[in-house]
Design a binder for this molecule. Structure first.
Ligand code: NAD
Length: 553
């Protein structure tokens, strides 16, 4: 790699180390992998996904982080403050090799205008969830969660399958791009509205989206034909959701499910009506206040149409992008008439400590992931849903960057998978170490009242001690890197969350760390939900022996 300012980045593959050991090599490769053009949405700006979620603050910081990771010793820890390396300290071999804090602001200052002011001064960056914590694995990262969510919708409303139903959504970005495949995996038809043709094309290239229509009549006709034939199909329609969705409502198109994954959490990353894609970034940069007002007004129209579909009997939910909150700010009073997806479908899984467990093969060899897939099937033979997912993912998911896999595993399961992978590295069955991490959207690692902690049973939605304890316990348990972020998913001022990544390098020490981290990390989810009074969580805690001093009886 040249030392010029801006470079094309791709993680190294194979067993040749650039860094001093596999723990830091892993951090270096995953940092670079986040910015691989096959992975990142706008690598030239260091943007990985989710609006402006970045891996490093600027290009000089990128090079400095790369240099420091390559030199870091096994008793040193690199400190990263909002994408910039600020110190290397002597610690010990059980300590994380990297500690990361991204986008954090004192609560009274935690709003977008103040954040942007600081960002423009070069003092901070937006880390999203896995962008600034170096464990983004492309659209697959969200695919299983999206697949499970649509499966839950199918169970709730359509006898367990989306066959013969039409889902309408918007946004085909890094995360939103998982929606069409998740719907077709559930046998349904998806109409996905996207303003930026290039984004839609990228999803076709990676087989997440079947086809693109430029014209609303054509898109409706293709979707309704597939719906009536009970055939799975996904169609991307190039257009603005704030215009197209009200038009679909006006035409009384028989829509069964409506959601949205535009980048609504950031008003500058949502395109208002009447603005072209070409003018978007210039306009947003030059007149952020005016742009924000216009985008909120458009979101109000967009959400009004979503509520309109709900009034007609469709299943409607917010998919964790804050569109209800922004629409309300845009003046639409009924914005919160439909629920968020976590209270509607996901919380029972969180009560079991389940969440988006993921891993990547540092070798770069897809055969390593195929072997880990087989290991998962062997470890959990009784879990049919998991088996169905692993088989389908093996057949249908195109890797982006380093080969990786995601599956939702719970308390008492994750450490078994981690230990098995470590053994497979030690025995040479896998050709190089595996990194094991997760999304920050997990059972015990996030406080986000519009998303993961919306409508908690005890009203504790905004209590943010939990993600901080999560980061501390992962640090104390031996994770390889640990991060604390603010504002991911739903935007500045609306969430605090933490992440961890642990490296299975085949050593005895790694096994001891993995056992602790992958028990304690999902354990936080069980504890959090027992504390909030969920009986399902108490049952898991009792059955699996989670020690909770003042558990509800
Ligand atoms: P992204 O920025 O990569 O993509 C957003 C897409 O929306 C872009 O392709 C953009 O062109 C499109 N868009 C913007 N305005 C539009 C409009 N008016 N009409 C149609 N299309 C429009 O973001 P992403 O990574 O895909 O994330 C999308 C949202 O989902 C974010 O708010 C993110 O925080 C949230 N998110 C949700 C989950 C979850 O589990 N539910 C997880 C991660 C992220």
């Amino acid at each position: 790699m040249v030392q010029a300012d801006r470079v094309t980045v791709r993680a190294d593959r194979g067993t040749q180390l650039t860094a001093q050991n596999w723990q830091t090599e892993a951090a270096l490769r995953m940092f670079h992998n986040n910015l691989d053009p096959a992975v990142a949405e706008r690598p030239e700006d260091l943007v990985v996904y989710g609006g402006t979620g970045k891996a490093a603050r600027d290009w000089p910081s990128f090079h400095a982080i790369s240099r420091e990771l390559a030199a870091l010793k096994e008793d040193e820890t690199l400190l990263v403050q909002s994408g910039r390396p600020v110190g290397v300290m002597r610690t010990h071999e059980w300590a994380p090799r990297v500690l990361i804090a991204n986008s954090n602001l004192v609560p009274d200052w935690a709003n977008w205008p103040e954040f942007r002011r600081l960002e423009a001064e070069g003092l901070t960056m937006y880390g999203q969830m896995t962008a600034g914590s170096w464990i983004y694995i492309g659209t697959q990262g969200i695919l299983q969660g999206t697949y499970e969510t649509f499966a839950a919708v199918a169970r709730k409303r359509f006898n367990g399958t989306l066959k013969g139903t039409l889902t309408v959504t918007a946004g085909l970005g890094g995360m939103g791009g998982a929606q069409p495949l998740a719907v077709t995996m559930n046998e349904g038809v998806a109409l996905c509205i996207e303003v930026d043709r290039q984004r839609a094309e990228r999803r076709v290239e990676t087989r997440y989206l079947d086809e693109i229509a430029d014209d609303i009549d054509d898109a409706i006709a293709r979707c309704l034909k597939a719906k009536s034939e009970g055939r799975a199909l996904s169609v991307g329609l190039i257009g603005n959701a704030a215009e197209v969705l009200p038009e679909l409502l006006r035409r009384e198109v028989p829509v069964d499910v409506v959601t949205d994954q535009t980048s609504a959490h950031d008003p500058l990353a949502y395109l208002p009506k009447g603005v072209s894609v070409e003018d978007w970034h210039d306009y947003a940069a030059k007149k952020p206040d005016e742009f924000t007002d216009r985008s909120r007004e458009s979101m109000a129209d967009h959400v009004e149409a979503m509520v309109g579909f709900q009034d007609r009997g469709a299943e409607v939910f917010d998919y964790g992008n804050s569109i209800r909150g922004e629409a309300k700010l845009g003046g639409y009073e009924r914005a919160f008439d439909f629920p968020g997806f976590v209270p509607a479908y996901i919380r029972p899984l969180f009560c079991e400590g389940k969440g988006p467990f993921r891993w990547a093969a540092l070798s770069g060899d897809p055969a390593d992931i195929a072997k880990t897939d087989a290991a998962i099937l062997e470890l959990f033979p009784e879990n049919e849903q998991l088996a169905r997912w692993i088989k389908m993912a093996g057949e249908r998911v195109e890797f982006q960057g380093l080969p990786a896999r995601i599956c939702w595993l719970g308390y008492g399961e994750r450490h078994l998978a981690g230990l098995k992978f470590n053994e497979m590295v030690a025995s040479g069955e896998l050709s190089a170490p595996i990194v094991i991490g997760r999304d920050h959207l997990d059972c015990g690692s996030v406080a986000s009242p519009y998303r993961e902690t919306e409508a908690m049973a005890d009203g504790s939605d905004a209590i943010a001690d939990w993600p901080l304890l999560n980061a501390l316990v992962n640090t104390a348990s031996g994770a390889t890197w640990v991060s604390i972020h603010h504002g991911g998913g739903v935007g500045i001022g609306r969430s605090i969350h933490a992440g961890q990544v642990t490296v299975a390098d085949g050593t005895e020490l790694a096994a001891r760390k993995i056992e602790r981290v992958l028990t304690n990390d999902p354990g936080m989810g069980v504890i959090r939900h027992v504390d909030a009074g969920y009986p399902e969580a108490s049952a898991v805690a009792a059955a699996k022996g989670v020690h909770i001093p003042m558990a509800h009886n």
